[in-house]
Design a protein around this ligand. Sequence first.
Ligand SMILES: *Cc1c(COP(=O)(O)O)cnc(C)c1O
Length: 359
Amino acid sequence: MRVYNFSAGPATMPLEVLERAQSELTDWHGSGMSVMEMSHRGKEFVGIAEQAEARMRSLLSVPDDYEVLFLQGGATGQFAAIPLNLTAPGDSAAYVNTGAWSTKAIAEAARFVRTQVLADESQSNYSSVPEEGSLHVPSDAAYLHYTLNETIGGVEFPYIPDSGAVPLVTDASSTILSRPIDVSRFGVIYAGAQKNLGPAGLVVVIVRKDLLGRARPETSTVLDWTAMAASGSMLNTPPTLSWYLVALVLEWIEQQGGVSEMARRNRAKADLLYGAIDDSDFYSNPVQPRARSWMNVPFLVPDPALEKEFVTQAAAAGLSGLSGHRSVGGMRASIYNAMPLEGVTALVAFMTDFEKQNG
Ligand SMILES: *Cc1c(COP(=O)(O)O)cnc(C)c1O
């Protein structure tokens, strides 16, 4: 029996994708071998990789002047790759700090560039994002970086910041493909796979071509976007099985009706869950409504002593992965693309019962 898995990442995958992978596991399309046993340079795997890129481009309407790279090292690797690819020693880069992941991105970048933090939401206890139009981006900044969705705090930008002529860079790890996005507004969009794209092992980097060719000479080639673009993201052996599974997830999204259909479903799930929280005097969500994430929904009960009870009883009812991040406590439901509405309906029913018994 499968549970509803609300884990933040690695996270739930579409059952259809897992079953398809299972059926192809030992013999992919009559090749007599598993995808994980194939040469990454053979025509079978190259075909899988090309299909993944083509689907990513069509689902997100990626313009032709962007590269789509499939790299390793996670989003965390890109925290360093961004300054290494976009700055020279002595340059400065602008950041917005909206929570745990921005904080990590800033700390890593500070090893390579002067970081200027234009807005710091620690004063709001990371419960919001800066007002639209409030960021003053210095024209000499090499780029402006922000975290589109803070997976731990459950804070999501409801708008794309205006960075003028300064390239805009965003960490979209936990929100990519959950709703349409205007890629042409960005210099770089990057996203680790294990939230909304598939299993861990890959990070997708969408980079505007005019930003290539600037990597510092000492940049490790596996982090060098230009070298990776020139080699079709196969400068070294890629995580072929993860790449194949991401390709299946992209095909699944396409079959479901694409990113606009994902957005419709995600909005319905988020409305249902936030509505249940707001309608109760028992549960609360600490995030300002305009910045509430559609993907990660943290919530609290009045007495922290009840948290363990909530998580244990929920797990017994087939609702798994609801503990909040260890750094913030409380509960958190991650409701990515692959979480069906029925999972959120079951969670809300459980929450209502739990409140009746403990409220
Ligand atoms: C999960 C996550 C990361 C870290 O991803 P890794 O693959 O572990 O490096 C970075 N940023 C955001 C927004 C995330 O959700």
